[in-house]
Design a protein around this ligand. Structure first.
Ligand SMILES: CC(C)(COP(=O)(O)OP(=O)(O)OC[C@H]1O[C@@H](n2cnc3c(N)ncnc32)[C@H](O)[C@@H]1OP(=O)(O)O)[C@@H](O)C(=O)NCCC(=O)NCCS
Length: 200
């Protein structure tokens, strides 16, 4: 059945281009994951806050390498786009920023992130989210980036606010964590102001 609407992002347009690196300020870089990042991923996942909010742990370097393989495959599959945030001078891992749940037709995705504890509290995560959203809107053609965090995750909410996301409300009992169901605070950032299209 023919669609009446052209997709916001043509299928294949991401896959046909190479996975880009995105500068974050002068000292950091979002770059595609490499298999050699596995050790640093295992170390990051020893952090209780990353385990708590990402509801998993990494038990071995092999397991982290499998994650990295799937994170890399997401670009060609155009389903999830994953970047390692690294120090531009040393290439050491600072964190992860991802666009998950990519919907090419609506030009939408959800941003997710964690930071290695030693790199927190310097504004880096917010800067990385801003840089990635600019790439998503200006280079890739996305229209809407969502962001959801547990109502108990105050640091994540601050990242959303500092990156310019507006709050859309709370979805009750929307995500299962290790300690039970959490209400999720939903935010979003749009490429252009919302509400410009009037229903016909
Ligand atoms: C959330 C996280 C990615 C933020 O990384 P970061 O690099 O420290 O982020 P930023 O420095 O850009 O901003 C953090 C903000 O949260 C604030 N913050 C830190 N802990 C907080 C808390 N418990 N409650 C409220 N705000 C808090 C900081 O003060 C800062 O705000 P400010 O700049 O106004 O002072 C990091 O804490 C993390 O990896 N947490 C564990 C994983 C996680 O929660 N991921 C998100 C799941 S939705």
């Amino acid at each position: 059945m023919p669609s009446l609407v052209s997709p916001a992002i043509a299928a294949g347009s991401l896959r046909r281009s190479s996975h880009p690196s995105v500068p974050v300020g002068t000292d950091a870089l979002l770059r595609p994951w490499q298999p050699s990042d596995a050790d640093a991923v295992v170390k990051a996942f020893t952090d209780p806050d990353i385990q708590r909010w990402h509801v998993r742990r990494a038990d071995s370097v092999d397991e982290a390498q499998q994650w990295i393989t799937s994170w890399r495959a997401g670009w060609d599959e155009e389903t999830q786009l994953n970047w390692a945030l690294v120090d531009r001078n040393t290439d050491s891992l600072m964190g992860r920023v991802s666009l998950k749940g990519v919907d090419l037709h609506d030009g939408s995705a959800g941003v997710a992130y964690w930071m290695v504890p030693a790199w927190r509290g310097r504004g880096l995560c917010s800067q990385a989210v801003i840089a990635l959203c600019q790439w998503a809107f200006n280079e890739a053609g996305f229209h809407r980036i969502g962001l959801a965090h547990s109502v108990f995750n105050g640091a994540s909410c601050r990242v959303a606010v500092k990156a310019g996301f507006h709050a859309e409300g709370i979805r009750k009992g929307a995500a299962l964590h290790a300690d039970g169901w959490h209400d999720m605070h939903q935010h979003a950032l749009l490429a252009a102001p919302a509400g410009t299209t009037q229903p016909v």
